[in-house]
Ligand binder design. Structure first.
Ligand code: SF4
Length: 221
């Protein structure tokens, strides 16, 4: 939750050092480190709103907030996963009133744009991960997330509104994204006017999917 967590591990790569975490994400990606580590996370909306409105700062996170550091929503869940959508709307009404930037990490949702627009003229930065172009593989590995092509369509619409969009090819593996698919994907990103792309290498030969608290190994070759 936003009140007691600072997200400092990759501060050079992810500038939002204050992290809001919602409920455990329902997109159920097999490689999700957050869900593997905690499949029963509950949102911290009330604590987050209290944190944003705290009168007497006393913690390091408070100091970051007051100094204007951006807020990451979220490094451990997806703010637009259906079970987070309503809370994200409530949170964004408060974030819209602050000067802090907002760094959104997501796999999107067909309805997410109006929430992003709610943040107003400061314009959130939206970091959207894509890993697999092949729809059949994607439905196995990221079964409930919007398809990669749907995410690219959202990127395109956000870019047309002037948002800073970062496409994260994450995890990036030739098992899930062979070279020929990588080329198609990067061309699609270019057509969508996405100007910032980053990759994270990963070995997905054996990943553990967390399903209702039990971990299963899955293999995709
Ligand atoms: S969308 Fe992100 S937070 Fe949600 S399950 Fe997938 S990797 Fe995890």
């Amino acid at each position: 939750m936003i009140s007691d967590r600072c997200f400092l591990g990759r501060i050079a790569a992810s500038p939002g050092s204050i992290d809001y975490t919602g409920n455990t994400c329902q997109y159920a990606c097999a490689y999700c480190f957050a869900n593997i580590n905690d499949c029963n996370r509950k949102e911290g909306l009330k604590a987050a709103i209290n944190f944003l409105n705290k009168e007497k700062p006393s913690t390091y996170a408070d100091a970051l907030l007051i100094s204007g550091y951006p807020i990451c929503v979220s490094n451990r869940s997806d703010p637009f996963s259906p079970n987070n959508f309503a809370s994200t709307e409530a949170l964004f009404t408060h974030l819209a009133e602050r000067d802090n930037g907002v760094f959104i990490q997501t796999k999107t949702n067909p309805e997410c744009e109006f929430l992003i627009d709610m943040l107003g003229p400061k314009k959130a930065v939206i970091y959207i991960s894509v890993s697999i172009l092949n729809e059949e593989k994607s439905r196995i590995v990221e079964p409930k997330a919007p398809s990669t092509y749907e995410r690219i369509e959202t990127m395109k619409r956000l870019r047309s509104k002037g948002y800073h969009v970062i496409a994260a090819i994450c995890p990036c593996s030739d098992v899930w994204l062979p070279k020929e698919d990588f080329i198609v994907l990067t061309n699609e990103l270019k057509k969508a006017d996405v100007r910032h792309v980053r990759t994270f290498g990963y070995e997905p030969n054996k990943v553990k999917r967390n399903v209702a608290g039990s971990q299963k190994a899955i293999t995709l070759r």
